[in-house]
Each structure stands twice: as C-alpha cells, then as structure tokens.
Design a protein around this ligand. Sequence first.
Ligand SMILES: [Zn+2]
Length: 127
Amino acid sequence: MKVLSLNFLSCAVKGCKSSSDSYPLHPKDAELVQDDIEVNAQLLINLLPRIDWTALTTTATELGFPALPPQAPTPEELEADEAKLKDLHHLLMETQIMEGKLVCASCGHEYAVREGIANFLLPSHLV
Ligand SMILES: [Zn+2]
C-alpha cells in the first residue's frame, strides 16, 4: 500500500471512532519497496489540500524518511520547486509498504499488511 493511502485510513474499531489516537495508524516492522513512477505534478498539486500534513509528517518519520517541514507547502510552492515536488512524489506515490503491520495507538489493534495489502477485516467482537 502506498504511503498516500495510509493518510486516508483510521482505525475501524467501533470504540476508536471518537478517539484522536486512532489516526494515523502507525507502521510497525514495515518492509518498504520503492516503485519507479513518473512524476505527475498536477496530480500532486491537486492532492495537496486533501493530505493531512501533520499525519504525513508522523508517518514519514516513523518510516525513516527525513523530517518534513512542519507546514505543508502551498500548491504554488510545490509547482515552483521541483526538488520538493519529487520528494513528495517519492514519499506518497513511490513508497509502498509491502509487509508489516499498521498499529492503532488508541486500541492497540494491529492490521496486517501482506504483499502490499492491508487487511481491515476485524474480528466480530471489535466491529
Ligand atoms: Zn483502534
């Protein structure tokens, strides 16, 4: 799964809906692969307002990436700065979690990631 997808996922456990700790999920024992995908500047610029930047900075640090700036770049900044654009593209689009777990900080549930797919099916007592 792409790092981008992780930015749109929170814990599915019923009791976690109201907890701010249930987002973002925290990667654990993550095995990363890097895909080589052509940069689509317009796509990234359009996505930017929908990205939760605070969550992304947490995820990037947890995955061992260099720290992101505390504030998200504006679309204009991103458009004008090719290095920044490429870094963001690399993190969001090219980096995939292939194996590992995604852990909820609220309830501790661990979602397994296998072959790049996160399993969000919950045991019945948690639904
Ligand atoms: Zn949870």
